[in-house]
Ligand binder design. Structure first.
Ligand code: UGA
Length: 431
């Protein structure tokens, strides 16, 4: 089939490539001319395992094309996936303006009926509203559940596909597109659009809640001298709980959980629903960053000028995405406390450099090109992202370079290795 994908960001691009992989002919549209020019030459700023190779392959095979022109898109196909950003507005509500603008452009130029599949995360009730404003389109809510860092694998092998629509024929079209992606036919779940939209918020809420819950227990572990990793291991074997999303640390970040939870809280309060648990989830997450930063600041109080080595800025490994990364808040506070910082992230260096270029203390942040030179002559190592390159480090080598053998490990990557070094001054989370 010929398919249009509107939005060439992380989700749009990966969705477009996954459709191209399943032999569809895809046109990916975005308003950003610079981005479209790069993508047409098979170049992308997004770091994601295998993404660059995959993009190159699909461009060479002519399975995917890129354009800024909606008129081209309209004539290309009547099947349109929409994966534009829905960021938070200044009140924390979901800003639908990119989505509204895309729909406006489509309806201005369309002559035939189209099926519009919304991948963007939107508040419950959005499709109900759109369906009455644009009766010439059949809308389907099909939220995306892919994770950054594993985006291609998740998009090519989704655990489930949800389709929420008022149109039976539109659901059948989406089913025919997605069945080849799925292990079982029953992994395709049909429902009404508002339930589908709500499922997306519920999924991210459940995952974020697990993180805040394990982080809350991590604080208790610190008070009691217990070990959160042992607690997590004990929980993971309970099949009702399972092993995933039980990693204590400096809290969740990224372009999804923080934004979606804010949007959900705002949306719910408009419905006079308080969502007390989700409010607490957010507050525990905020405190997690603060508590970790205070451990560092507290350890060096009244000890004169210190130089710290920072490993990691991305909100998680295998991505160069720093949106809402806990690392940014920690670095900001350390700069404000006048530490000298040497920083290294395998893929997010330039994004972090750009983020802090206007900071009043930017001169105190030195960007480094490898992990070992970063720690040279520093008083402590601070780990903020659990890249495998960092996990594989031998602490003996770290010791030989640091002035003080002091580590603040926001991701507990050295929780096991620390036992081999009695002279190590180690601070993890919940250990
Ligand atoms: C998340 C969801 O996992 C996806 O299913 C969803 O499609 C996506 O949001 C979205 O809404 O678009 P993502 O933000 O890519 O995906 O990353 P996650 O792997 O969920 O991690 C989010 C944050 O939680 C990261 O900062 C990570 O470090 C943190 N985390 C994760 C923990 O602190 N502990 C854990 O045990 C797991």
């Amino acid at each position: 089939m010929k398919i249009v994908v509107i939005g060439a960001g992380h989700i749009g691009l990966v969705t477009a490539l996954s459709l191209a992989h399943h032999s569809h002919e895809v046109l990916c549209v975005d308003v950003d001319q610079k981005k479209i020019n790069s993508l047409s030459e098979a170049r992308t700023d997004i770091y994601e395992p295998q993404l660059a190779e995959f993009l190159k392959c699909k461009v060479i095979q002519n399975k995917i094309r890129f354009s800024c022109d909606y008129s081209v898109a309209i004539h290309f196909s009547n099947i349109v996936f929409v994966a534009v950003g829905t960021p938070s507005d200044e009140h924390g509500c979901c800003d639908l303006s990119f989505l509204e603008s895309a729909l406006y452009q489509l309806q201005q130029k369309s002559v035939s009926k189209k099926t519009i599949i919304i991948k963007s995360t939107v508040p419950p009730g959005t499709i109900r509203k759109f369906q009455s404003v644009y009766p010439q389109f059949d809308f389907v809510s099909s939220p995306e559940f892919l994770r950054e860092g594993q985006a291609l694998q998740d998009a090519l092998n989704p655990e489930r596909v949800i389709a929420g629509s008022y149109s039976k024929s539109a659901v059948e079209l989406v089913r025919s597109i997605y069945l080849p992606f799925l292990k079982n036919e029953s992994d395709f779940i049909e429902m009404d659009p508002t339930s589908s939209e709500l499922t997306k918020y519920a999924a991210n809420s459940f995952l974020a809640a697990r993180i805040s819950l394990i982080n809350e227990f991590s604080k208790l572990c610190e008070k009691l001298g217990a070990n959160i990793e042992s607690v997590a291991a004990g929980l993971a074997k309970d099949s009702r709980i399972g092993p995933l999303f039980l990693k204590a640390g400096i809290g969740y970040g990224g372009s999804c959980f923080p934004k979606d939870i804010d949007a959900l809280l705002n949306f719910a309060s408009l419905q006079n629903e308080e969502m007390k648990i989700m409010r607490a989830v957010k507050s525990v997450n905020d405190q997690q960053v603060e508590a970790f930063t205070q451990k560092i600041i507290g350890a060096f109080r009244n000890s004169g000028k210190k130089s710290l080595a920072i490993w990691g800025g991305a909100f998680k490994p295998d991505t160069n995405d720093i949106r809402e990364a806990p690392a940014l808040k920690i670095i900001d506070q350390l700069l404000c406390h006048d530490f000298d910082l040497k920083f290294y992230d395998p893929f997010a260096n330039s994004n972090v450099g750009l983020h802090f270029q206007e900071h009043s203390k930017a001169a105190k942040l030195q960007m480094m090109t490898d992990k070992m030179s970063t720690i040279e002559d520093s008083h402590a190592l601070i780990v903020l992202t659990e890249w495998s390159d960092f996990i594989e480090t031998d602490l003996k080598d770290v010791k030989s370079k640091l002035i003080d053998f002091k580590i603040f490990d926001g991701r507990n990557i050295f929780s096991e290795q620390r036992h081999q070094h009695i002279d190590l001054d180690y601070t993890g989370v919940g250990l």
